[in-house]
Design a binder for this molecule. Sequence first.
Ligand SMILES: [Zn+2]
Length: 335
Amino acid sequence: MKSGEANLPQFPVSRLRRLRMTESLRSMVRETRLAPEDFIYPLFVVPGSGVKKEISSMPGVFQMSVDNIVRECGEVAGLGVPAVIFFGVPESKDELGSEAYSSHGIVQRALRAVKKDVPGLVLITDVCLCEYTSHGHCGIVRDGEILNDESVELLAREALSHAEAGADMVAPSDMFDGRVGAIRTALDAHGFTSLPIMSYAAKYASGFYGPFREAAESTPQFGDRRSHQMDPANGDEALREVALDIAEGADLVMVKPALPYLDILWRVKERFMMPTAAYNVSGEYSLVKAAGRNGWVDEERVMMEMLTSIKRAGADLILTYFAKDAARLLRQRGS
Ligand SMILES: [Zn+2]
């Protein structure tokens, strides 16, 4: 027993159930409340027009061409969700992922179109090369090794290209060393001193990314990402990663995935007091959808409980495929 607890009045004076007796009472003492403004909705942009293709392992999530992305962004904004994050699936891939930093790249086109039609929505871009390289790795590969410094140069070019196309924020997800600093320098050198960086600061090599790789068509053709993403067993190292990103100029920091790493989220928020995001990843989404469809869990209830737990653990923002469903539900309950 902690020292502060020793003097608390004991049963029957203390009955914590008193404040749980009705929904009105429960609501009055509720400590964590979700709102649509907590969410960032991930979107997958593909070439073509009129494309809206459901991702089989992620029911309710679609790859969409730019025209449909614009429509979707209008809907997201209408639900009160303040931001989206774009992932691009390019027309062609090559060794250096050159579509990632082309001014005519798929994400760059989506940025211009959405900025024009849905000006109030905050447009964040995922900055990485794995969707754009023929080998599916996050950077340049030489002799089987994923190179750090050369890859970081390309990531800085990609971030700058997103900024020039109208991004409101860039989010490097590669986990190479020094990328945040390189991106900050490139942005500042070209007049984007006010453009914030949200770093995927503590990103783990996780099995929960499985369905995403179908969505982003980014499965590595050989090897894995354990030479840059973090070992799931490490906690202290996450704090070092976050500290470095902050020192390099990150404005927001992210922990990814969310649910298996709520302890990390809590430690990061407690330690750094930074605006902190958590990525409720594809596998976390798919598990709930699959179990819900089988009638094994109440999907809506589990969704809200998961999102609440992520916020309670310290997230100011939650990147989640549930953003639209949860926002809709919150609005229904509020009315
Ligand atoms: Zn990547």
